[in-house]
Design a protein around this ligand. Structure first.
Ligand code: FAD
Length: 264
């Protein structure tokens, strides 16, 4: 399941098995002056099917857009995706609707030069403005939602001492993300896993996201851990519709059972 089936050098259309690793695909098309339309830190291990199933974005998103525009076709077990544009439904569904066995993806011209620019901004608004006015560049952002109050309540953060973090509880708090597909990673690091800390932060963060109309999960999919948080991003009516769609494609409920859709 890791064979390259063909490359149309003119159009850049690449057809491959679902198990092909992103970096290997990129190396292959590079010999023909092409590159994959997405790149991410997991490129050495992530497979094209995993990328499709999580709707990965990566650092070329701003320039080349999402997989919804780059995937030309999907081969799915017992389903031919010709006809209705059903492939779009499979992108980002964590394999809950079916198993992808082959992928056709549009590669792009390899860049002659790559310049890395690090920019500092004093507000997120400026990040957005710059991203909009320089669509050809990529901006990785550094941003942390206002967690200080919550953390100080837990004795982790002391605003009075000029924002000191209690090193016995937490080593580092960092927020970073991708302006292209608008997601943010929040890392709160401590010496060891602390369930108390997780329990303090997680409902608070999801409620905060709900209040600003955001989504609880992005490039890493919903999987099992975030499954029961879906209601923060989607209405009960929408979740009911997802259940109906799943039952059409997977009437026996055997495709990645228990993932993605909250148990009803
Ligand atoms: C270090 C690191 C950096 C990352 N950076 C980014 C980033 O910058 N941008 C971004 O968008 N994402 C990023 N990610 C997340 C990344 O998109 C996913 O982890 C990756 O694409 C998943 O690919 P995988 O092959 O590892 O899939 P897996 O983790 O093995 O699977 C992911 C999901 O796909 C399903 N699946 C796998 N194969 C199939 C198949 N054949 N048919 C149907 N379903 C299937 C699995 O069941 C699972 O639900 C990063 C991840 C890591 C670890």
């Amino acid at each position: 399941m890791n064979k390259i089936r063909g490359l149309d050098k003119g159009s850049g259309a690449l057809v491959c098995d679902s198990g092909c690793v992103l970096e290997e695909l990129n190396n292959y098309v590079s010999d023909y002056g092409l590159m994959m339309p997405l790149d991410l830190a997991a490129k050495g291990s992530c497979q094209i099917s995993g990328i499709v199933s999580t709707n990965a974005g990566g650092i070329r998103f701003l320039k080349y857009g999402s997989l919804h525009g780059n995937i030309l076709g999907l081969e799915i077990v017992s389903l031919n995706s010709t006809g209705y544009d059903i492939k779009q439904l499979f992108i980002g569904t964590d394999g809950t609707l079916g198993i992808v066995t082959g992928v056709s993806i549009l590669t792009v011209r390899k860049l002659e030069d790559i310049s890395v620019v690090v920019l500092g901004f004093n507000s997120f608004d400026n990040v957005r403005k710059t991203a909009l006015s320089s669509k050809e560049q990529l901006a990785e952002i550094l941003s942390v939602p206002d967690l200080k109050k919550r953390l100080s309540e837990a004795g982790i953060y002391d605003d009075a001492k000029s924002g000191q973090i209690n090193p016995n509880k937490v080593n580092l708090i960092a927020g970073y993300g991708h302006i292209g597909d608008g997601n943010i990673h929040l890392s709160v690091m401590s010496e060891k896993m602390q369930h108390k800390l997780t329990n303090l932060l997680e409902p608070y963060i999801f409620e905060w996201i709900y209040n600003v109309g955001g989504s609880v999960s992005a490039e890493h999919g919903l999987g099992l851990n975030r499954r029961d948080c879906l209601h923060y991003s989607k209405s009960q009516e929408f979740i009911a519709m997802m259940r109906k769609v799943k039952s059409v494609f997977d009437p026996k409920g055997i495709m990645n059972p228990c993932k993605f859709i909250p148990l009803g």
